[in-house]
Ligand binder design. Structure first.
Ligand code: 3PG
Ligand code: CO
Length: 546
């Protein structure tokens, strides 16, 4: 059991954590959709309530280096677990550097299966160096190792990024990679890109928001059905011409073919590695490969393959069964320890972020702890620049109802807008996204007051705080050939706020800024507000008590 907190008995009402996804503290007003938004609620919070800045990127959230931006997986893991674990990006890089990835049974089974079958290994995943879901260096290591272990044929299926990296950067990855393959290919080895498409168009759906994306991906990667091109760079150029203004993440699918025949369909006996390390957008395609019985779309063919994920994406569901690198063993989460303390917990978001406040929050577990209630608000299936308000109002409704029910000691929610709209690169839509959140936040906070509770308002990482690419030399927004600003669709490296919304302690409670304050300090802070000492493994609390 968590011991009682000696300095404070805990607030009488509920303790609420509100994650404003993609809400960073910008360094400049230029391209800052948060600064440009009309947001009286947030302005009031920063003017009147205790607040500090938290680190939400790089090593503070378990990424390999401080050059790495934060993301929702590592951010919600750190918030929910109260401690920092080396995350997938670091674990895979380390396993490759040490060579341990090749010694494990999963890789050996992949190689053995490919050789015993037609000699074909397929590598499928997000094709960039964003380091959020994958890293192209990991893919290169897989291909080179396959060659050195005598696999004769590798077929690579690429999901073009433009979301964790600049929006039209696909060829910056495709061209050097084709050259890398050309350097490896010889009489006994043939590695080529075989299919692909934009990551928001095919394959990488998450939380079952839109299975049709996975269906579209299956057709090109597995069945080889789709518009044919001679090579990947040609496909990207042609598709851009056919769909002007479409950024990489949204490009339609394509198949690489020779004499009308796709070069990389997946057949019985092949080996397949899904090389993303992050789980949310890896689970559906993994299920399409692994599930014996499957009703999400018509697979038409279900090839008998030896399949491995880069990591195991869901330890409860054992998905996938075979994986190259062990995932972080996230233990002693707040979800678990608050459950052990007998607290009723409520978690809510819309589909696009639902797993963030449940699965990621609880350390990549898809099952609930005792006393947890999860509520999902179905997301729209539209480009979010068309609906920047998303489901903020419905999430607020759910939170207000949960607060009014009096059933929950602690509640958490995620407003997706700043991030999901930030990723579209539409500045005006992003300001509206923040305005929608501001409006709904006011409603939730009124319900917190009515319940005699307190709220911590924070974010998992930045996004809407920088909507233009900044030219590294001039430090000014980079421009397109037509003079318009180049949109930035990725997350930022900025810090995020932590505000303590407290109208109940009479000014006794505050927050302290420390040099190392980061997302992993939220768990202990929440525990103290609930009247408990932190778990021994959690990073220190930021709560001050007068
Ligand atoms: C995505 O998956 O949408 C992006 O790669 C990262 O965004 P998230 O970490 O905010 O989910
Ligand atoms: Co994001």
């Amino acid at each position: 059991m968590l011991p009682k907190f000696s300095a404070f008995p805990g607030v009488a009402g509920p303790v609420v954590t509100i994650v404003l996804d993609g809400y960073g503290i910008g360094r400049s007003e230029v391209g800052n959709a948060i600064a440009a938004a009309r947001k009286p609620t947030l302005d009031r919070l920063f003017a009147q309530y205790p607040h500090v800045r938290l680190r939400a990127h790089g090593t503070a959230v378990g990424m390999p280096s401080d050059e790495d931006m934060g993301n929702s997986e590592v951010g919600h893991n750190a918030i929910g677990a109260g401690q920092v674990y080396a995350q997938g990006a670091a674990l895979v890089a380390d396993a490759i550097a040490a060579g341990s990835i090749w010694a494990g049974p999963a890789w050996q089974e992949i190689v053995a299966a490919a050789k015993a079958g037609r000699g074909v290994l397929h590598c499928l995943g997000l094709f960039s160096d964003g380091n959020v879901h994958s890293h192209i260096d990991h893919l290169k290591a897989l291909v080179a190792r396959a060659k050195s272990e005598g696999v004769p044929t590798v077929r690579i299926h690429v999901l073009l990024d433009g979301r964790d990296v600049p929006e039209t950067s696909a060829l910056d990855y495709v061209e050097p990679f084709e050259a890398f393959l050309a350097g490896l290919n010889d009489a006994g080895f043939d590695a080529r890109i075989a299919s692909g498409g934009g990551r928001q168009n095919i394959t990488m759906d998450r939380y079952e928001a839109n299975w049709a994306m996975v269906d579209k991906g299956w057709r090109v990667h597995v069945l080889g059905e789709g518009p044919q091109f001679a090579d990947c760079a040609t496909a990207v150029r042609a598709l851009r011409e056919m769909h002007p203004g479409t950024i990489d993440q949204d490009l339609p699918p394509f198949v690489i073919a020779e004499a009308g025949q796709p070069i990389g369909t997946v057949q019985d006996g092949d080996a397949v590695v899904f090389f993303n390390f992050r789980g949310d957008r890896a689970i559906e395609i993994t299920r399409a490969f692994e599930d014996a019985v499957f009703d999400k779309f018509d697979r038409q063919r279900h090839p008998k393959v030896t399949y491995a994920g880069m990591l195991q994406y869901d330890g409860d569901l054992k998905l996938p069964q075979r994986f190259l690198v062990d995932p972080p063993a996230i233990r002693n989460t707040t979800g678990e320890w608050f459950a052990k303390a007998g607290l009723a917990q409520f978690a809510c978001s819309e589909t696009q972020k639902f797993g963030h406040v449940t699965y990621f929050w609880n350390g990549n577990r898809s099952s609930k702890f005792e006393g947890e209630t999860w509520q999902e608000v179905p997301s729209d299936v539209v480009p979010f620049e068309q609906r920047p308000w998303m489901k903020a109002a419905e999430i607020a409704d759910a939170m207000i109802a949960a607060l009014q029910s009096g059933q929950y000691r602690t509640l958490r929610c995620n407003f997706a807008n700043g991030d999901m709209v930030g990723h579209t690169g539409h500045f005006r839509a992003a300001t509206m996204a923040i305005e929608a959140v501001d409006l709904e936040l006011a409603r939730v906070l009124a319900a917190v007051d009515a319940a005699g509770g307190v709220a911590l308002i924070t974010a998992d990482h930045g996004n809407a705080d920088e909507m233009y690419e900044i030219d590294k030399k001039t430090k000014q927004p980079a421009t397109n050939p037509d003079g318009s600003f180049k949109a930035k669709t990725a997350h930022t490296l900025n810090q995020v706020p932590l505000v303590l919304y407290d109208n109940v302690s009479g000014g006794r409670l505050g927050l302290r800024q420390t040099d190392t304050a980061g997302l992993s300090n939220i768990a202990a802070t929440t525990a103290n507000l609930l009247g408990f000492e932190k778990h021994a493994s959690w990073d220190e609390s930021l709560l001050t008590v007068k």
